[in-house]
Design a protein around this ligand. Structure first.
Ligand code: XMP
Length: 323
């Protein structure tokens, strides 16, 4: 019979045989896929696993710290934490074109990963959280198995590592769908906070800042976003929705009144959606009181923002992210 317990047993066995006495490097994002791969590999080979977490500076407020804490506290794995926020900001500061942002962040990610991997040195295997739909997608796109394996997906936006880096790929989730990964993670004893996280784009908040990226705008969005997260969690909505992006609009300054003075501030959009697979999505019917609370907290606690909108469009045609 096919059960998660069997799956774990088979994969653990297979990983041990493949890796033998070697070392495995895994790029860890804190998302459910890479975290589950980490747990599975750790079970199989313990100290022979090295995980690398790269903070590009566009995570949610305090998220990098939280991921590192959760993982080192509950999983006790070898974790290398790279704070690369400065070099990423240098690459995208002032950039406003969405695809350009993605490209620069993706390239910088590969470069950082490569540099840091060289420092780590003697690993023979690279693990990644490729899922079954990714395998199918590459096959349908005309790729052979070999091509699929050659495509390094340490990150959604990562194209590939240089050919002179010699290692074999380990992809223990390649037979699973997302909901099965969650089951596997649970079976492996991962903390709920790690399993139930919303998907979060590789380029992070950088693609939720419409227009130019600046350190200031990242900070403002982090503040607004953390209020939305806190409120939907407190109201019990976090696990009922797929994602809850907050988007900072470009420099449309709208008027507001603070005390006796007129103020001109930024606008943000809140987009809570329900979805099965991100292919289609609908705006979540959040209670009006919750939306009002979110709005008044953002406006009171984030002085730069004077207006909050709720995005009610469906996908298609509107995508989940704004850019
Ligand atoms: P859209 O906006 O196309 O998003 O409806 C569908 C899903 O994909 C995520 N997304 C990304 N993930 N890099 C990522 O890793 C990206 O550049 C990117 N763009 C969109 C989005 O958050 C949603 O879950």
């Amino acid at each position: 019979v096919w059960t998660m317990a069997n799956y774990i047993e088979t994969e653990v066995q297979r990983i041990r045989e493949t890796v033998s006495g070697g070392k495995v490097l895994l790029g860890l994002s804190g998302g459910v896929d890479s975290t589950t791969v980490a747990a599975l590999l750790h079970k199989a080979i313990g100290e022979q696993l090295i995980c690398m977490f790269i903070d590009q500076g566009f995570m949610r407020k305090n998220e990098a710290r939280r991921v590192v804490d959760l993982i080192s506290k509950y999983m006790r794995i070898n974790l290398v934490h790279i704070d690369a926020s400065r070099r990423f900001m240098e690459k995208v500061q002032g950039v406003s074109d969405p695809e350009e942002k993605r490209k620069r962040i993706g390239n910088e990610f590969v470069r950082t990963f490569e540099e840091e991997a060289r420092k780590i040195g003697d690993f023979q295997f690279l693990a990644q959280g490729t899922l079954y739909p990714d395998v199918i997608e590459s096959a349908v796109a005309g790729g052979t198995q070999a091509k699929t394996a050659a495509k390094i997906k340490t990150h959604h936006n990562v194209g590939g590592l240089p050919e002179d880096m010699k290692f074999k790929l380990i992809e223990p989730l390649r037979w699973l769908f997302k909901d099965e990964v969650r089951k596997l993670g649970r079976e492996l004893g991962l903390h709920d906070d790690l399993i139930n996280r919303h998907p979060f784009p590789g380029p992070g908040l950088a693609i939720r800042i419409i227009g130019k990226i600046t350190p200031e705008r990242v900070r403002v969005l982090q503040e607004a976003d953390s209020i939305v997260m806190a409120e939907i969690k407190a109201a019990g909505w976090y696990n009922k929705i797929w994602q809850a992006p907050v988007i900072l609009l470009p420099d449309v300054r709208t008027v507001g009144v603070m005390g006796d003075a007129r103020t001109y501030g930024m606008t943000c959009a809140v987009r809570c959606v329900t979805s099965e697979d991100a292919m289609t999505a609908r705006a979540a019917h959040l209670p009006w009181e919750l939306l009002e609370k979110i709005s008044s907290r953002i406006i009171n606690e984030v002085p730069e923002i004077t207006r909050v909108c709720y995005d009610i469009s469906s996908k298609p045609p509107a995508t989940i992210e704004w850019e």
